[in-house]
Write a protein that binds this ligand. Structure first.
Ligand code: GLU
Length: 270
């Protein structure tokens, strides 16, 4: 790492307000069943950060994936109404698990379901910001998802990577961590190129940097690397550090905050 990179990693130690985004592929097994061991660990890591005085917001996907399993559907529904129904059911199961697991560490969780028009409308955006601020002040963990049950195309964020980046921006976060099922952003597709190289630090925030990011997502989620790079780039352009990292072991969040060279860091413009 050169000195600028070292400095940028070091700055992560001082991040106070942190938005953590976790995707369906990290929260569930391929069957759609919840990966309880991982969610349990995530709850422990986040609770520990809160114990240490950090302010955390969790953006969690998984509603549709979990709903698909809970309702014993053979696959993720193909119709919009079907996905909305699955999300409505799955969101409840997800929040139940979060509530129980964070409760073990003494923290309450709050559910915030938002749509794009919440943010587009200055009044509702301000109300959402006020709610985030108040929950954080009360040491409650806000758990955010898109309000899939009412979101039609015109009012959709589309994916939770984008949503997490917007949440980071409107809440004035210092750091956005996007957890996924791959170590970071690779220059070549690691599924096709065995010795594909990973970006450790990105300082070029131009659109050009998205070029190598393909669109493929997992079976149950919606995002791919492209949406993660786009979301991270926009966060960094607004002065927020952004890291794409592997959520397989949620302890990686501690490594990121210790300034270790893990994942892909997008260095913000001051
Ligand atoms: N809101 C969707 C869900 O909870 C996830 C969207 C995404 O994966 O980006 O299932």
């Amino acid at each position: 790492m050169d000195s600028k990179e070292t400095q940028a990693r070091w700055a992560l130690r001082y991040a106070k307000r942190i938005v953590i985004k976790i995707g369906t592929s990290s929260l569930t097994y391929d069957s759609g069943k919840m990966n309880l061991r991982r969610i349990e660990k995530l709850a422990r890591v986040i609770s520990d950060l809160m114990n240490a005085g950090k302010e955390v917001i969790l953006v969690s996907s998984g509603a549709i994936g979990v709903g698909t399993d809970v309702m014993k559907l053979p696959e993720r529904p193909k119709t919009v109404a079907g996905r909305q129904a699955a999300a409505a059911v799955g969101q409840v199961s997800l929040m139940q698990v979060y509530s129980r697991m964070f409760g073990d560490y003494g923290y309450n969780v709050a559910q915030l379901l938002i749509t794009k028009d919440t943010i587009d409308n200055p009044e509702s955006k301000q109300n959402a910001v006020n709610t985030f601020t108040e929950l954080i002040r009360m040491r409650v963990l806000p758990v955010v998802n898109e309000n899939d049950t009412v979101a039609v195309d015109e009012i959709k964020f589309g994916d939770n990577d984008n949503l997490s980046s917007i949440v980071a921006r409107i809440t004035g976060a210092d750091l956005l961590v996007i957890l996924t099922d791959i170590d970071g952003y690779y220059m070549e597709n690691p599924n096709e190129t065995p010795d594909a190289r990973m970006y450790h630090t990105i300082t070029d925030l131009s659109e050009e940097i998205e070029r190598a990011a393909g669109g493929a997502g997992s079976k149950l989620g919606t995002g791919g690397m492209l949406t993660k790079v786009h979301a991270s780039r926009l966060a960094a352009a607004s002065g927020i550090h952004a890291v794409i990292a592997n959520g397989e072991d949620p302890d990686i969040i501690h490594s990121i905050l210790d300034g270790e060279d893990v994942g892909t860091l997008f260095v913000p413009h001051e």
